[in-house]
Design a protein around this ligand. Sequence first.
Ligand SMILES: [Cu+2]
Length: 151
Amino acid sequence: MIALMKLAAVLIALGMAATAADAAEFEVKMLNKGAKGTMVFEPDLLQLAPGDSVRFVATNKGHNAETIKGMVPDGAATFAGKMNEEVLVTFDQPGLYGIRCKPHYGLGMVGLIAVGEATNAAEASQIKHPGKAKKVFADLFTQLGTVAASN
Ligand SMILES: [Cu+2]
């Protein structure tokens, strides 16, 4: 009986290891200056499979990563990292997630994360953004369309 329970525990552990190995972890840096200019997430566009995760790394100080209201799929969890905080977020729910740095939103420090099928693309692309974020998101949605079309 004890041997059987041990076997079950091993099988459960193996199952969990397999799940963790299948999911990928991506890294997004929060930067004062990147390839695309000042105050950026790098990269600012990611295509994930459901279950993948993203580590938002506070490479430079003075930034945070959080979801934008109206830019998460229905029923998906939102998140809000604190200033200078590294956050690891797992994206289980398919759809588009708009990300911003709160203090630099108007300066265009935003990103777009596509998880599986872009179920909420119509709603997410209608959200209004301040300042430079408007142009950055317009470009990101164009790039995402190109990515989706080439798949
Ligand atoms: Cu910032």
